[in-house]
Design a protein around this ligand. Structure first.
Ligand SMILES: *Cc1c(COP(=O)(O)O)cnc(C)c1O
Ligand code: SF4
Length: 335
């Protein structure tokens, strides 16, 4: 039986035990069986995947559980909606080399792997043409050469999928290669694994980051305060205390976190651990996710309430990704 405090468990074995079938999910959480068939069908659009650690933070029998909502395949994913497409953020236009995207000055995004430990139903990834296979270091060479040639690049963002799905060995090799590029100053990781697979954050991994010549910055992804509990809360505190600056980004999701109360509590739990709220993203318009959409007027009203309730540093910036802009587009003026 899974126990969040079982330190002998490795993250690899935790990944192999992730729940990938609808029957197990419905049995474990005592969900109403009439929703099973639509869930099975929606798995054909994007397979179900959820780690035991994340599942353990859900409340059995609660059909509206905010963590369940993020991973449960539903019939609404078959609905089409004008404006929702498969390349909603126009990644094709930002492509500089295989796996290398640049939209903004001074920083590039490297797709380290297409794999994730959890499948979030609202994700752009559901329609992105990733191969799941692990890449060899050589496969990144054209991207690394491109970074090497461009002295205006100070920061490399490892993204995906989830870059922490790579083994420490691979990450170490990648980091060593990046450290040799003299104009690089920072390495940023965008990862949901500290939230959904906390035992991925081994001491070895943290040492890899803190020992680097490059300044590490970790951006995690949690959407609801119920995620910031148990093994996840412990590991966030461990990372922060190791000295790695740690930020959180969330996606505003109808039925999950579209309330000032929920987002206030999320920010409080994060800052109490030393994790700073960074972005609150408006949903990318990806096919099959329209049921998660929160309109801009509601979004702005929610964040305005956060500003009245929280210290300035605890209020995330409400942004939308718009093609062709020089930064993420803020929906509210900075205070
Ligand atoms: C979001 C994003 C970044 C990071 O933007 P910041 O504002 O620096 O967090 C960088 N590159 C791409 C392509 C992005 O989509
Ligand atoms: S890329 Fe992030 S948001 Fe998308 S499925 Fe993977 S973990 Fe979830």
């Amino acid at each position: 039986m899974y126990s969040p405090t079982d330190l002998t468990d490795t993250w690899h074995s935790a990944l192999t035990r992730a729940v990938r079938d609808v029957d197990t999910l419905f049995d474990r959480l005592h969900l109403p069986i009439e929703h099973k068939e639509p869930a099975r069908r929606a798995c054909e659009l994007f397979p179900l995947m959820v780690t035991e650690s994340y599942l353990a933070r859900m409340i059995a029998g609660d059909w509206n559980d905010p963590l369940l909502r993020q991973v449960l395949p539903v019939g609404a994913e078959f609905l089409t909606q004008p404006g929702f497409t498969s390349d909603a953020v126009d990644d094709a236009a930002a492509h500089r080399a295989p796996g290398l995207l640049q939209k903004y000055t001074g920083r590039v995004l490297l797709i380290a792997t297409g794999a994730c430990a959890i499948h979030c139903r609202y994700c752009f990834r559901r329609s992105y043409p990733y191969g799941e296979g692990t890449r060899k270091l050589d496969d990144w060479e054209p991207a690394l050469v491109e970074i090497e040639k461009d002295e205006s690049i100070q920061e490399v963002i490892l993204s995906g999928g989830d870059p922490l799905m790579l083994t420490d060995e691979r990450l170490g090799a990648m980091l060593a290669r990046l450290e040799k590029i003299e104009h690089l100053q920072r390495i940023r990781l965008h990862s949901r694994l500290p939230i959904v697979l906390p035992n991925r954050m081994t001491s070895g991994l943290i040492e890899l980051l803190t020992a680097s010549r490059l300044t590490p910055i970790l951006v995690v992804h949690a959407n609801h305060p119920q995620e910031i509990a148990d093994d996840c809360a412990n590991v966030l505190q461990k990372i922060v205390r190791s000295g790695v600056p740690t930020l959180n980004q969330s996606v505003l999701l109808r039925g999950v976190n579209d309330s000032a109360d929920v987002l206030t509590e999320l920010s409080e739990r994060l800052v109490n651990l030393g994790v700073m709220p960074y972005y609150l993203h408006q949903l990318d318009h990806v096919t099959g996710t329209a049921h998660f959409e929160v309109d801009d007027t509601t979004a702005i009203a929610i964040v305005s309430q956060l500003r009245e309730r929280l210290p300035g540093y605890a209020v995330p910036q409400l942004v939308r990704e718009l093609p062709g802009e020089l930064s993420k587009h803020p929906l509210l003026p900075q205070r």
